[in-house]
Design a protein around this ligand. Structure first.
Ligand SMILES: *Cc1c(COP(=O)(O)O)cnc(C)c1O
Length: 385
């Protein structure tokens, strides 16, 4: 049902930076296009009345998904292609469907607020029960795993940027037969590959770094477990939250430049975080790249970089932080992250955000603009205080 591309048997394996650019291309050949065409169709010709073809109907499969699913699967070091969904939340809903009836779900207190809202809704309906944990506190998470069915990990967390000891948590989950799911949206497979540490399933909001241009809403799941893959493929087919072919094309086009985008946004983030930490109007900065950050040592050891999101407290009240945000001229005041353009928002303006997220906390998604232009914009906005 999900034909794999012929070139996935390459030896030696490409570096991820090469895979981003060269994976999922049509075979080389005279007059062959360098990109796969976008297939707009709802159905496929049958072999004859006696038997449908392989693809049958476009809710089951679409050739435009294949190269993206192949590339993301390989990036996450999976033995199977990824599964694309219509949004990160659609992928998360499918992932949560594997929690058994009345099962116990261990989940970071500061997970993405959509994951928290959906799991809380399922808890209220009696479908599962949640054990909230501080994901950076390994002892606390290990203790919560007793009798748990599923461990949900997000690292670094959105928006508090807590860093989990991924190998320790995933090994403990495996030892206790707890299924582990990692939302790898913030790190991307370029900075960490949870399946290599024993995760059963990886979740992505493709909307963010993978597509990278704030023009697509899409999600994906990745696993090397055949049974789980087939179950989630079935879930996608029946629940119907499939990715559009045009969105998938844009996401693959975005993936091509992900390593250079992340190189730039990370180096910008390091410079901005250091300057913000020294700024008299800034109360607190969280960025794993700062040696003073509680997640620094762990991130330096476990991750291929510190990411491109900074959390800062500008002033100490919501009003003060809003004054700073409203004074930004280059950086866009908007939700979301992971695009080429820098975005900032005060997270606690969303009622769904956990109460422990400070009222004045601004999540800054650092883009690939010139770092001095970004700094000049932040510096003049902080003058509002
Ligand atoms: C944005 C986000 C999601 C949700 O993805 P959508 O594509 O917006 O549905 C899930 N997890 C994390 C960490 C996110 O940042």
């Amino acid at each position: 049902m999900n034909p794999r591309n012929a070139d996935s048997a390459r030896t030696p394996a490409w570096d991820p930076k090469t895979l981003l650019v060269a994976g999922g291309r049509p075979a080389h050949g005279y007059d062959a296009p360098v990109n796969h065409p976008v297939t707009f169709t709802s159905t496929y010709h049958s072999k004859g009345q006696a038997a449908p073809g392989e693809r049958v109907y476009a809710r089951f499969s679409n050739p435009t998904w294949d190269p993206f699913e192949q590339v993301l699967g390989e990036l996450e070091a999976a033995t199977l292609p990824a599964l694309v969904f219509s949004s990160g939340m659609a992928a998360i809903a499918a992932a949560l469907s594997i929690v058994p009836e009345a099962g116990v779900l261990v989940m970071p207190r500061h997970s993405y607020n959509g994951s928290l809202a959906l799991s809380s809704e399922l808890q209220e309906a009696g479908r599962l029960s949640i054990r909230p944990v501080d994901i950076a506190n390994t002892e606390e998470v290990l203790a919560a795993l007793d009798g748990a069915d599923v461990l949900w990990v997000e690292s670094p967390t959105n928006p508090m940027l807590e860093v989990a000891d991924l190998p320790a948590l995933l090994a403990a989950a495996k030892a206790k037969n707890t299924v582990s799911i990692v939302d790898n949206t913030f790190a991307t497979p370029l900075l960490q590959q949870p399946l290599n540490h024993g995760a059963d399933l990886v979740v992505h909001s493709v909307t963010k770094y993978l597509s990278g241009h704030s023009d697509v809403i899409m999600g994906a799941l990745v696993t090397s477990d055949e049974q789980l893959h087939s179950r989630l493929h079935g879930y996608r087919t029946l629940h119907g939250a499939i990715a559009g072919p045009m969105d998938t094309f844009l996401a693959l086009r975005g993936v091509r430049t992900m390593s250079v985008r992340i190189d730039r946004s990370q180096s910008n983030s390091q410079v901005l975080a250091e300057r913000l930490a020294d700024h008299p109007k800034v109360q607190a900065v969280r960025y794993p790249g700062l040696p003073s950050d509680p997640g620094h040592e762990r991130a330096a050891k476990l991750m291929g970089g510190f990411g491109s999101v900074i959390a800062l407290e500008a002033g100490s009240t919501a009003q003060e932080a809003d004054r700073v945000l409203d004074a930004l001229k280059l950086i866009t005041g908007a939700t979301s992250l992971g695009g080429v353009e820098s975005l900032a928002e005060r997270r606690a303006r969303h009622a769904s955000e956990p109460a422990s997220v400070p009222a004045s906390l601004i999540r800054l998604s650092v883009g690939i603009e010139d770092v001095e232009d970004l700094w000049a914009d932040l510096d003049q906005a902080l003058e509002q205080l």
